[in-house]
Write a protein that binds this ligand. Structure first.
Ligand code: FES
Ligand SMILES: [Fe+2]
Length: 372
């Protein structure tokens, strides 16, 4: 087994005998590089929400593991995920998001259609052997799932929905594909991406660092992960008093059955796709890895369309954003400190709590992917 998979080896044992990964998995560049090659580039990555590119001409950019991409909806209403690296001398042809007829590189003004074809290249008329018609921005395989646009660099990857059936069924009552995506909260995050996934996928820590925020509603000791054997994990967070709807800032998601309102459902589609669903909103955590010890996190709140468009609820939505920030700042404190701890020569694999089964599922999946 290669060294990078070896760093995950303690987690590959059966539940009970397994231990958390070796600290090396979090502090070595070569492990990260192998994760990029063997895992990220071969997986489906959520790059945007469909409603972020709702109209023809809409585009949204994202950088993932060193790849500048742009998600666009073209004139034929097709969503495409393209490299946004100019085919001339590699300038990114778009930044941020907006609506355009075409994508023009700001460096020497080459212009690309929304399907990636090069439409114009001023000053190239005299270039020997230059064939404009054969130049285009490379397109990735892309697909949509539950309101997200996903892309993969792997032409042989299994279809996106292939392994996510149980996850789609688990989240069906919330109809997250119909929610409106709001502006993200953005955090530069100087720690390993796996520390973020782990932090997200267990609520054991509610009792510790979220004692005044999440623990009162979603006590650590009541949380449980579904037994799953696929590229996903589902963590149930029942509200403290059974049958009591959880405190909500916004009206409930339309059609959500009464009995599902008192719960926070925390989900991952490995490796990078994290989201948590409550009765009145969803939070999408978009991890954009940059290095073994750095990623950018964008947290997109998603709310029912009626709530997003109701001026009377603006303050409630602002309060939701403040709460999300407050909770994440509590997480930042520990994630940064954990990364420092993982640098210790005395750090070692630890025991999982019974409340951390989703972490074990994640680590086993990752170890298997790294080993191939
Ligand atoms: S780098 Fe894009 S036009 Fe020159
Ligand atoms: Fe947390």
């Amino acid at each position: 087994m290669r060294k990078s998979a070896h760093a995950l080896e303690p987690a590959t044992a059966a539940w009970g005998g397994a231990r958390t990964p070796s600290p090396e998995a979090y502090r070595r560049r070569d492990v990260y590089e192998r994760e990029v090659e063997r895992v990220f580039r071969r997986s489906w990555i959520a790059v945007a929400r469909v409603d972020q590119v709702a109209r023809p001409g809409d585009y949204a950019t994202i950088d993932v593991f060193g790849e500048p991409l742009v998600v666009v909806r073209d004139r034929e209403n097709e969503i495409r995920v393209l490299s946004r690296v100019c085919r001339h001398r590699a300038m990114p042809v778009a930044q941020g998001c907006g609506n355009r007829h075409s994508l023009q590189c700001p460096y020497h003004l080459w212009t690309y259609g929304l399907d990636g074809r090069l439409l114009g290249a001023p000053g190239m008329e005299l270039a020997d052997g230059f064939d404009r018609a054969s130049v285009r921005l490379p397109a990735l395989r892309s697909d949509t799932w539950e309101g997200w646009v996903f892309a993969t660099f792997d032409p042989d990857a299994r279809p996106l929905a292939h392994d996510l059936g149980p996850l789609a069924r688990a989240i069906a009552p919330w109809r997250v594909g119909e929610l409106r995506t709001l502006e993200p909260l953005v955090y530069e995050s100087p720690w390993n991406w796996k520390v973020m996934v782990e932090n997200f996928m267990e609520s054991y820590h509610h009792a510790g660092i979220h004692g005044d925020t999440l623990q009162p509603s979603f006590p650590a000791e009541r949380t449980w992960a579904e037994d799953a054997d696929g590229p996903f994990a589902i963590l149930h967070n029942p509200v403290r008093a059974a049958g009591t709807p959880m405190p909500a800032l916004l009206p409930s998601i339309d059609g959500l059955p009464e009995e599902r309102r008192g719960e926070l459902l925390v989900c991952a589609a490995f490796p990078l796709h994290l989201f948590a669903i409550a009765s009145d909103h969803m939070l999408w955590y978009r991890i954009e890895p940059r290095a073994y010890d750095h990623f950018t996190l964008r947290i997109f709140p998603c709310v029912p369309v009626a709530a997003a468009e109701d001026p009377a609820l603006r303050e409630r939505i602002a309060a939701l954003r403040s709460f999300v920030d407050l909770v994440h700042c509590q997480d930042i404190r520990v994630c940064e400190a954990v990364q420092a701890g993982l640098g210790s020569r005395l750090a070692a694999p630890g025991h999982y709590s019974h409340l951390e089964k989703a972490l074990w599922q994640f680590h086993r999946w990752l170890a298997a992917r790294l080993a191939h």
